[in-house]
Design a protein. Structure first.
Length: 390
């Protein structure tokens, strides 16, 4: 059992850290203030070839695994870019995996290289206002009419829709009432198509953090999607998006660890330098011990995250580990960010020291893409063999 990064993985981490050094925390504080998408960062990541890290080499990517993606995204988060930096490129890293796995050769050739090169931006349209985490109850309807589908419906919490050119959309092609009992996950189809703003009204959601990576409500009225933009078979879309769920959870875990680490670094540095009662506050065990506990928790979260990534890359079942990593890393990251503010005292509440931004952004992996309660239910049922609770 080897816990060291390979030379290739170490080079990825160092190269990404070097790129992120050109985008200091002042850059991210400005984006947090003005809400402008971090185009310069996105373009730099694209030019360096990082956006295609997990896309197959045949379609313009590097063909690397979730382990390497975790290393990259953790380095981005740990630079102080936090979830703002990670979310700006997140869909490029894992979002189009259903195309890479289930798309036709023609679709892969048409859809993947532009994303790998950073020539287009995409968003992921799944969540709806009245269904939440119950994806099988989606109501957005896609009706086939000849060589196209016509879509009507609503989506919510759709990131990057303000700047996206494309949308990966999950919609119902068979009404749920027409399905056999217990088959509600059938009848959903997956599409990757143009985000036609003449047919999709994109409305910004104001939120507490990650202002520069927008979140939105989408109102879809008569969107026309060519049949050739449907991924895989009609009615099998839910199965296809499941393929991307475990990597998504693992990447969120890696990002949460990265945010926790930069928070811990800032807190420790402040504790070494801040003098009160003629001694640095870091000399007090009441300051030392919580920070030391944060380090332990983040290290444990890192190990769990990389185990889940290794399992996925080696074709092994990793559902429990991916969910556990996301759960534990989000909690460990949150506690580190909270402690960073408390260590800074009053200055922790100031934007000048950045740690308040960390706390606002670390709430994202605590909430999305699946709640802590759903994760614990999954582990209780699938690992511990307890009866289904919902």
């Amino acid at each position: 059992m080897n816990f060291e990064l390979t030379p290739e993985q170490e080079s990825i981490r160092e190269a990404v850290k070097g790129l992120c050094a050109h985008f200091p925390e002042s850059y991210w504080r400005e984006r947090d203030t003005d809400g402008v998408f971090p185009h310069a960062f996105y373009d730099a990541m694209a030019e360096a070839g990082w956006l295609g890290l997990a896309i197959p080499e045949a379609y313009g990517g590097a063909g690397l695994g979730v382990q390497e993606a975790c290393i990259m995204m953790q380095a981005v988060a740990e630079s102080g870019a936090c979830l703002s930096g990670c979310s700006s490129v997140h869909i490029n890293i894992f979002g189009l995996m259903p195309i890479a796995v289930f798309g036709t050769p023609a679709q892969k050739q048409r859809m993947l290289p532009p994303i790998a090169r950073g020539e287009v931006k995409a968003c992921f349209g799944v969540t709806e206002p009245n269904t939440g985490l119950n994806t099988t109850r989606l109501k957005t309807r896609a009706v086939r009419q000849g060589d196209k589908y016509v879509v009507h419906g609503q989506k919510v919490w759709i990131s990057t829709a303000q700047v996206a050119d494309k949308i990966m959309l999950l919609a119902r092609t068979t009404p749920i009432e027409d399905l056999p009992p217990g088959k509600s996950s059938s009848g959903l189809s997956l599409f990757y198509t143009d985000l036609d703003r003449s047919r999709i009204d994109v409305r910004l959601i104001e939120k507490m953090g990650r202002k520069c990576v927008d979140s939105n409500e989408l109102f879809i009225d008569g969107l026309e999607i060519p049949v050739e933009d449907r991924i895989g078979e009609e009615g099998q879309g839910f199965k296809y998006i499941l393929h991307g769920m475990n990597p998504e959870r693992v990447l969120l875990a890696a990002e949460a660890v990265g945010v926790g680490r930069i928070a811990l670094q800032k807190a420790a540095a402040y504790a070494r330098e801040r003098v009160v009662f003629d001694r640095p506050i870091g000399q007090n065990q009441s300051i030392q011990h919580p920070l030391a506990a944060n380090w332990v928790e983040l290290e444990a979260a890192q190990l769990l995250t990389m185990k889940a990534a290794w399992l996925y890359d080696n074709g092994k079942d990793c559902g429990a580990e991916a969910n556990a990593a996301k759960y534990y890393a989000a909690e460990a990251g949150f506690r580190a960010c909270e402690r960073a503010i408390l260590t800074h005292g009053g200055m922790g509440y100031s934007k000048e020291f950045h740690v308040e931004r960390y706390l606002r952004e670390i709430m994202i992996p605590r909430i999305a893409p699946v709640s802590a309660e759903m994760i614990l239910s999954h582990i209780a049922e699938r690992v511990l063999g307890l009866p289904k609770s919902y």
